[in-house]
Ligand binder design. Structure first.
Ligand SMILES: [Zn+2]
Length: 336
């Protein structure tokens, strides 16, 4: 288990008899909620838990669990080519047949829930990510949550709990998990063989698994060139857009959105969040801009990041954003 999740896990497993039959495990993406849910499930199913409640790792139940074949355990996840229990939402790109958990999948739980457990103990169902339940599936699951079978635990995992039906949320006890503090996250990343992870961790809002995926997938490639280019107030938007020909649009918007956030925060609060390696450049730009126009551009980018899947001419879009940004950092251009 990730070091930063050990205490919350022990707290829940200390006295499982107090555990609600439905638990909503929520928190930012990339902090290990999936692994937490699996470790909790294993602890609940373990036949000889160690003092403190964690799974022993050696009993026959733990053996079944490790092979993914525990008869009293189910995972509800969108259909994938790979094993959702092992990969989960944290692990980066994968091929998905459908992004949704279907009503058929929930219905298939019926027998599992209504027959007594194979091992004579608890039954556990992990739903991950819970926001992947479509409306019909959520309603079907709700029936189970409303009339909870004895000794049965639902563990719903979500980084977007606002997308869940209120009726689902109201049936769950909530457990909020958080990102570790920066030093712990960096030391964990170093332990994974990732050095100099400060920028990735900042770009990932402190979520270590997300930072790890960013680095392993080379997702920050080109960021430095773009941001250093536009850190100069006299940059040429057309030339910069030309240099970005091969950059995926979502990365462009994502970096610019975080960059403008840093400009606004530097200007208004004297701190930055996402680009610690460029703090000097940000401090200089922040002095030049009008806070409201920076905020406006930032909000526009946040909105457009959400709608990134709409068809868009990437080149024209990048040019228009870069012109708007150029006018913001160098108001004399507007008159020209
Ligand atoms: Zn065990």
């Amino acid at each position: 288990m990730y070091k930063w999740l050990e205490l919350p896990l022990q707290a829940v497993l200390k006295d499982p008899s107090q555990l609600a039959h439905a638990l909503l495990i929520r928190g930012p993406r990339g902090i290990g909620k999936q692994a937490f849910g699996m470790a909790l499930a294993q602890g609940l199913l373990c036949e000889k838990p160690v003092p403190g409640g964690l799974a022993c790792g050696t009993c026959s139940s733990c053996g079944w669990f490790a092979t993914g074949a525990h008869p009293d355990f189910r995972v509800l996840a969108p259909p994938t080519d790979s094993d959702p229990a092992a990969e989960g939402e944290e692990a980066g790109p994968k091929t998905k047949a459908s992004p949704w958990i279907s009503i058929e999948q929930v219905r298939e739980l019926h027998d599992f829930i209504n027959v007594s457990s194979h091992r004579g103990g608890r039954k556990v169902i992990v739903v991950s990510p819970a926001e992947a339940l479509n409306v019909a599936a959520a309603n079907a699951l709700l029936k189970n949550l409303e009339e909870p079978p004895a000794q049965t635990h639902f563990l719903l995992i979500s980084h977007r709990p606002h997308r869940l039906m209120r009726t689902i949320i109201s049936r769950c006890r909530q457990l909020a998990l958080h990102e570790p503090d920066r030093a712990l996250a960096l030391s964990w990343l170093a332990g994974q063989g990732i050095k100099d992870a400060e920028v990735a961790l900042a770009q990932a809002s402190g979520a270590p698994l997300l930072a790890q995926a960013m680095i392993e997938n080379n997702e920050l490639s080109g960021r430095n060139d773009l941001l250093r280019a536009i850190a100069s107030p006299d940059f040429d938007p057309l030339a910069v857009a030309e240099s970005l020909r091969d950059l995926p649009l979502e990365r462009f918007i994502n970096w610019l959105q975080k960059w403008t956030c840093d400009i606004v925060e530097q200007r208004m609060l004297g701190r930055i969040r996402y680009n610690p390696d460029l703090s000097r450049e940000l401090a200089i730009i922040a002095k030049r801009v009008e806070p409201l126009s920076a905020l406006r551009l930032h909000r526009k980018l946040v909105r457009e990041q959400r709608n990134i899947h709409h068809p868009l001419n990437a080149r024209l879009y990048m040019e228009s954003v870069l012109f708007a940004y150029a006018a913001m950092v160098n108001p004399s251009r507007r008159a020209a």
